[in-house]
Structure formats: structure tokens, C-alpha cells
Design a protein around this ligand. Sequence first.
Ligand code: SF4
Length: 413
Amino acid sequence: MSGLLHESCIIHHILDNFKSMVIETKTRYIPTDSIEPSRLMCSGNVEITQSPEIWQQLSNQYGVPVGEILYIDLNRSGIRLPNNEVRVNYRARFIATVDPEENTRTWFALPVRGEGDTYFSTSDGHLRFQDQVLANTGQIYLDTCDVSYQRGPRLLNLNSRSRGNCGGCTACVHNYKDFYDVTVLRDQQKLMTRNDIEAFFDQKEATGLDIASLQQIAVVTGLFGREAAVVKHMRMITETVRPRGFAGELMYFGCEVNSEEALRQLSQLGKFALVYAIDNFTKRAELLAKRKSSISIDTARDTLNKARKYGIATTFAYIAGIDSLSAMEQGFNTLRDSISRFPVVNIFQVQTPGQLSAMEAAAKKLEYYVKARRSIEGILAQTGLKPRRWENYRPLWYTLYNDQPLPANTFGD
Ligand code: SF4
């Protein structure tokens, strides 16, 4: 491909560059003296679990096994690192063997908390609650924001438009430009042109990535700014990896593709999946970047229906902890018949006072998440859809869904 770009491409290229330069940030929250960053959960009046009794009580009340509630609680609470491998409020990533008999391993990426802000801790190869060992863990890493990462040997995620450079959503850590530093933000190299993408995969292949064995290449990144830019990007990836033997699924995680024509074009690229980034149902204008909040839930539903018509696998991504439970239920009912895959439901994890201001009051209690789990199971029961463990590292389901065992493969099928 020659380095020269045609005029229209130059304009689009400049537009792409210009658009990605306009970083919208939302400064909805006004930090109050009461919020201490080192004790975010406590000073934010988030319920801190101090005894496992609450797990048993909720288990009896909602019929959800203690083991599931424990991991929901871990993901909402965060972790303390007595050896300070990672700074407070940054995130720590590690793999834990949650079921030694089955040798079930899963990975966690958790906010790090200060003393007394959580009673989950990890040190010397063990995940603990108070002094009780829950699982064996591998090495603790700083969770960084890179151009790409792999959830498993056959799963590749591309952060082509630098989430670190994005902003505008109150619940998103990238909205707070004074928070992360270069130790975390390692995604400044964008994959803008065909040459960028070719060079990226050349480098990946040179370091051992077997593109032909990949099950999925997922584009999970910041805003592109235009629908056409997304379609162009997905096409360039396809043109780069198909000749290298890629026969898997290409996935777009976002909300910037809504027109029939764009969806038709994406469906021509081979196996394709759309994970529509809904985030929340009722606080969109208040909490989301304008580009996202300008899209109504009805538009999202119509897009999912159109995508399905073209044979695209469809679902949506949602953050549990921002809407009221009744609003969540209404939203799931609205989108239930427009999806062919189980939604990606993330537990809301906060690292900044700003994010905390987006949390639904009821979501400051563990019970909210257990109720959400049961509600969603009820709403989606007739669909036959089940969560895919490897799609989500902060889910509401770990080994069981609707009382049925879930395949525990967290590194891909
Ligand atoms: S669009 Fe995505 S990456 Fe950008 S601020 Fe919102 S949630 Fe974060």
C-alpha cells in the first residue's frame, strides 16, 4: 500500500486525527473534603464487608452460592496489597487458582485499596479475606493500558484509538486526566493507518503470535469520532489479518456504528460481532460523553436488530452499579430480544472520587449486585443465553448461572 493518501483520505485522516485530539472530559463531580482518595470506599460510604456472614445471609436470601457472592464482593471491593506492589487506587492484575481440585484459574484486575478500605488482600501467593486463604495467586502486576492485550492465547484485544486519550464519561477512569501516569498509560501509539496495522501485526508475529489460531480479534478502545472511521478501521484489520490466516471473529465494542449501510459493510468482513456499549440506561446525558449520550436506547435496540439481520452476532455491554435496579430491569427487557449473545455485565469498580459520584446509592451495598444477578437471570431465562466467562473479568457469574454450571474457561474456548 503506497504511503500516499488520496485527498478524501487525507481529509478523513486529518478529521480522524483532529477528532481524536478533541478530548471531552466530564467534571461533574465536585470533590468534597469528605472523600479521601486513600480511603475511597469508606469515605464514599460504600459498604465494606468485614465478616463472611453477609455472604451466607445473602446466599440464604437469594439462593446464590457463597462462593459466587464472595467473588462478586471481591470485584466490587478491590484488594489491599500489604507489600505495596501497586499504588492505592491504581489497579492490580493477577491470576488466581480459585478451585485447586479443578485447577480452575481465573484472572482478576482489581482496584488497590488502602488499609481498612477492604478486607480482601493478596500477598505471598495467597488471596485472603481477613486471615482466611481463598485462593493461590500468581505474580501481582500493575494493570496497564496498552495498545493491545490478550485475555488468552487465542483472544486479542486492540486498543486502536487509545482509551488513555479518551474522556467524557464520568464512570470511566480515563475521564480523569490527572489520575493515571505513564507507568499505566502505554497506549499512545494509535493504529490509524493500514501501515500502522501491518506494522503492528508484523511485530506481533515476530514475537510469536499465531494469527491463524486466534479465535477473536476485538477492538475495545476510545471513541473514533465518526462511524466511517470505525468501518474503515475494521476493514483495514480484516485486510491485514485474513491473508495471515485469521479465520476467527472480528468484534467491535462500541456504539458509533448505527447505520444500515455501515452494518452491511461490517457484515461483509467475515465472522463479525457487535458488543454495543450501553454502559447505563437512565443517566446517559448526565454521565456519558456527548457522542454516546446522544444515542438513545431505542436507537441502540434498532442497531442491534439491523445487525442481526446481516448475520452479525449481537449483544451489549453494561456497568452494574450506575442505574437503579428497576431501571436496569427495564433496560434489559428493552434489549432482550435484540441480542444473540449474553450481555457483558461489568461490576462497577471505582478508582477516583469522580467515578464514585456516578454510583447508584443502592449499589454501595453488596446486596445490590446479588439482586442484579438474580434479576438478569430472570429476564434472560427464556433466551437460553449464558455468560461466557472469558469475555468479562469483573462479572456477576463465576461458576454458576441460573443454578446451572458455567464452563469455567476464563482464557477462551
Ligand atoms: S468513550 Fe469509553 S474510553 Fe472514552 S471516556 Fe467513555 S467509557 Fe471511557
